[in-house]
Design a protein. Sequence first.
Length: 391
Amino acid sequence: MVPRSARALLSVVAVAVALFATGPAAAAPVGDRVLAALSARLFPLFHAAGHDPAVLERIARGPGIEAVLRARRERRAACGRDLACRAQALLWNEQEAQALRLAAASVATLPAADDGIGGQANREIAGINEIVRTYALGGRPTTAIDGPGPIGPQDQNARLQAADWLTDTPRTGSAQRLDPSIDYALALLDISGRTDAIGHEPLAAGANTAALARAKKIDWRRYRYSAMIVTGVGPEIEGEPLSPFGRYHLRLAAQRFAQGDIAFILVTGGRAHPRATPFTEADEMRKALIERYGVPAEAIVSEPYARHTTTNLRNASRLLARMGAPMAMETVIVCNPLQSAYIESKRFTDRNADELGYQPGRVVRRVSPTELVFVPSRTSERVDPRDPLDP
């Protein structure tokens, strides 16, 4: 017979062994407001799916997708602790992307742009791949001002490890249960300090409060043009809030607005030049128009995300749609003669086709060396995380 004290000891040991074998109780997912906002901005389709377990289940059981998701899990697990391999395993190849696109397209309730759920799914999958290549695998960003910036191997390894851990740590409303690649992409941006895409949310509040309130009650028929789009020209000198060309644009804008036939001035330009600048170009332009030229705040709409001339026009078109401006109504683009000629050129048309996949609108006619008449397009409302700093 085993003594009572020995039996008690054996019982304690058995409990300890059981706890060691099973680990701590699974913790409930927690919400992360930053990643939730970034997810909604970059991946609206998969973000919406993550908030509905039934939708995730439907996608996961779509035609051919179960085998794809299983193969992806096995591919990542086979990498062990090789962080670069684990990142590479999260890229979507063409066959996998096609299966996920078809599975997502079968859920009619998911948000989509003018080209449908499949088109939006394609952009979001391509966005995941672009983020992983750029921020995990050392791929070259589209422009030098983008990407993770210059960091050493030790820091890069720490970022990859943190992103890998975060990806496997449950988050409320995440699509992790479908595939970890989406949260991995979000984690990479977060730990690299590149959450630029949500830096000015909500866009309808703050600097735009008065202008958007006016837009709700304005009679657009009173004006010849719905807006004057003032494009950015980012400064290249550290500590400079506005470039010399930007200052010229503001004088042109103030003079043109004084004619009274334009409903709003729409200034567009992000926090892009030079790299890591603290200044947002649209904010600085708006401030100068108010303080230097006396333009009423309620007449100025600020678009603070655009990083390129292509997205100056795309984002302006998006914002006009959001304001309720008639999309068939003409606008005017006001900028320096060099940029104006570029916007009218075939080279710019080709660049839009290459980088955006469409034209954000069309130039109707030239009024002067610094003024083009432009009609925006609703195609610009497509969200494209291939540019994760301004999708």
